[in-house]
Design a protein around this ligand. Sequence first.
Ligand code: FPP
Ligand code: MG
Length: 308
Amino acid sequence: MVATDNFQMPQGQAPFDLSAYLQERQNLVEAALDSAIPVIYPEKIYEAMRYSLLAGGKRLRPILCLATCEMAGGTIAMAMPTACALEMIHTMSLIHDDLPAMDNDDYRRGKLTNHKVYGEDVAILAGDGLLAYAFEFVAVNTRNVPAERVLQAIARLGRVVGAAGLVGGQVVDLESEGQADVSIETLNFIHNHKTAALLEACVVCGGILAGIPEADLQRLSRYAQNIGLAFQIVDDILDITATQEELGKTAGKDLQAQKATYPSIWGIEESQRQAQKLIQAAVAELNLFGEKARPLIAIAHFITSRTH
Ligand code: FPP
Ligand code: MG
């Protein structure tokens, strides 16, 4: 993973090595995900679940959850089951998003999509299996966290999956496809629910597990909403400017599917400016966490500088 650390650090402070930080946590997450789902009978479904869950990816969502928990005074171990669950939820949403009934995509993370390998029937079930297991995994495996915090995190996960989150965003996205006059409000609704909500859940769950006060959770929530929207704007730009090899999925899809995107409404330059503005607003929410916020600040800047 390439991580550019091209932002101004306060004077006298050594630059934060984001690449090393991400790599180290990515390895931890990868190992935890790998051991989370052993292959037992009926092998086919576990293999299909593992195929997409272990297909690589930046693991940004689990890393955000771990980073927030640590920043808020908790440990990596306290947040790891929830971090894995968030990646399971993210992966299942992509398996279903790629299905012929939705975006009908052949490639994801540089590999054939789940339904291309296992068939539509198994891909639907692999998504369902990952979704159910995500909740079980948090409830069964979280240690050294008071039960009411675990319950609060599980409630948050449920909310982000359903019609108030991913499902709601996806429905409006599907409805808007091919429409010429999608407003910026509708576009924001789609991405606040489809993309930003899950990133927000990652950060907020990390805070909840560490037992952060409500006012600070609100700050974290605003940080995450801002980076979530910036993330989507950058995604839309990359769909135009990056190649299939860089993206690991089909490039130029939005134009082909006549999807309204931020660049289609604002143009590329203005979209870049808006993404930068959102990142600045996100970072400002973290002031009170001081030094401890360096990983989350660096991740916010990484989002706008990424090339894939
Ligand atoms: C990718 O969007 C898709 C998502 C971010 C989430 C889609 C949500 C669902 C399919 C609902 C999932 C169901 C549950 C129960 C959680 P995209 O098509 O804009 O991006 P892409 O180019 O990466 O495919
Ligand atoms: Mg898609």
